[in-house]
Design a protein around this ligand. Sequence first.
Ligand SMILES: [Ca+2]
Ligand SMILES: [Ca+2]
Ligand SMILES: [Ca+2]
Length: 335
Amino acid sequence: MQFRSKYLVAGLGLAFFIAGCERDLTPDGPSLSDLYGTFKVKTALESSRAQVDFSAGQSVYFTAETSIATDFVLEIKGRTSGAVKRITGKSRTLDVSNALWQGETSQFPTFQTEVCDVQLTFPGYSDTLTTEVTVTGKRVVEATILDDFEGGISPSWTKFIQSGANMQFNIQTAPPLAEGSKYFRLGGTVGWDWLIGMYEMPKANMNGGAGFQLSNDAEKVFFNGVFRQMAGLDNAIILLQLREDDNGDGTYSEGSEDLWAVEIRPESAWELMSFKYSDLVTLVNGAVSAAIGNGLHEPEKLHRLSILFLANPSSGYAQCDADMLAFTENAPLAL
Ligand SMILES: [Ca+2]
Ligand SMILES: [Ca+2]
Ligand SMILES: [Ca+2]
């Protein structure tokens, strides 16, 4: 009945007629007055709380109201980090259902504890609404983290690096950042082999030897990482390999047990990529092939994870950066 009182006040008899027709035509859809009125901001943008501690499980939502349903772009920007969270939609009102923020990032880096400027715009209209919210605690990542590189390169990795030219495989801190304040650089020139370097995380190095402790449901397990490639280059391949101890004898038998893989070819901007375990394939020289082992995706049998950094040996220097390598369950990682 809200629109009735609105139009009674406005004295628009015609609107009554339109609204009456609309109810017959689209009983469940938005009212015509929501769609075809004159655009006007009715309630300013507000934050549901001035301070939000994501580490304590808090979240924040934003409210605003316009006269008609319209496309909106809500952008939250960290004043210190430059991190951006973007929420888009089409509605007459912003509320907890369509403007909720739980500390995650749309555009890296991740948010710090900092003041964030919040801006609401409406494509096609000039109105810009603003407010602020202060992050007092960072989002807690629910994941089995292999490495976030914040403390250097984890000692749990074993590595093999070719003796090529301009070899990297080191920690970087120069912006633009991805997660936190450090990330890992893979780079080098190897003129005689596709392999430039390789890092492996054996099960024996995880959780004091207890292993990765992943779910046995391959539909629910995701490998995640944030990656980018040096601008102007496109020759790098990050090959992720997951070896399974199919027969449970404690070792991986080359050539007779499953080896799942995915090739990652990052763009120049940081991107969070997630791969569902059950989508991983067997690759032989880059081509999808028949499974080597029992052919079952069995995350609980993961024996070791390998990250191979490759490039065509004739293509010269190759370089990628990586951050926040982690497994998640039930959903891809959100940072
Ligand atoms: Ca990091
Ligand atoms: Ca085995
Ligand atoms: Ca298997």
